[in-house]
Write a protein that binds this ligand. Sequence first.
Ligand SMILES: *Cc1c(COP(=O)(O)O)cnc(C)c1O
Length: 390
Amino acid sequence: MNYNESLSFDKEICFHLAEDRERHLGSVVPPIYQNNVFLYKTHESISQAENDLAKHYIYSRGANPTVEIAERKLAALERGEACRCFSSGMAAISSILLSSLKSGDHVLCVSNIYFSTIDFLKYMDKFGVEHSIIYSTSPDDIEKEIRANTRVIYIESPTDMNFRIIDLRAVAKLAKAMNIRTIIDNSWATPLYQKPLTMGMDVVVHSASKYLGGHSDLLGGAVIASKEIIDQVFSKELIMMGAVMGPHEASLLIRGLRTLPFRMKEHQENALKIASFLESHPAVEKVNYPGLPSHPDYQLSKEQMTGYTGLMSFQLKQGTYEAVRDVINKMKLFKIGVSWGSFESLIWSPNLGNNAVELKKQHINPGLIRIAVGLEDAEDLIGDLDYALN
Ligand SMILES: *Cc1c(COP(=O)(O)O)cnc(C)c1O
């Protein structure tokens, strides 16, 4: 399938797939099944349903028809067999990691990973699960870091903060040969621009709080994988820990997906203009954005992604806390805040003024500023950056 065919298929998924409109009186948008309990006519019928929780609506800490629409769309967008949604990205990530690991196992993290994911892996120490991080992105170096007890290779591509690209096909291949599960956080690229399961990754996780929702009004997460992996995480971690997505959040997510193809196109166009502007600015040392031809992984990014989104970072020549603070405080259109993936442009830096040692350990430049390019006018955003940088 080429990119255009893939995009038209993805639009069809966002607009129409899994809506079952005839079941819902012709409603063009699905109703919100806000109920937590579903009724049965007889004891026999509920008993039968309870033997297969995944296929029956019984109690909403399990399958819910509204949530299921979002799940079927996300599975289709990622070209995966199945999906389950969670109450947040971290609920999805912690659940699939718990599902994939047992005491004595090791997780290999490749390069920079979302900080709460690393915090969760540190927390897992007390259950006898160890992890290590390799900062090189080369598949040969990754292979050398695999231990006898490595059960999971965990990836973000582009990587957190530094936006390097990992060769997904190469990592999937070496992991498969050693029977190691590969998990990738695909929140940055979204399934529109990167489909890791088609390149051999085993599991995709998402924070739906970012681009998938797209309006800063919901928290959610998703895991997409084979039916076998999803059934496992559904019947154990999802139902037992109970971090389910609520039906109202699911309806917001379904609404967000309607405009995903259009929002991503605009994020990409704005971000490319802004990355080029930053690259030419004398106060800027370096721009970390894989859509720039000068990016060290530009070629690889072209081979495994069909587009770029709006999150990037840049490094000030003057890499001090004070310089970072002054630039951020001068911004007007870029609002100060964590998170990203929504209509509004945001600015943030991991340099908090008291964490220089930690930043160095994580290979993060002290002059690094992260921007989430939103849907405002690109010229206005450039004007804002220009003013703050001068
Ligand atoms: C925000 C984020 C998460 C966590 O998602 P929540 O919905 O906030 O729990 C995970 N991964 C990445 C890359 C993120 O940016």
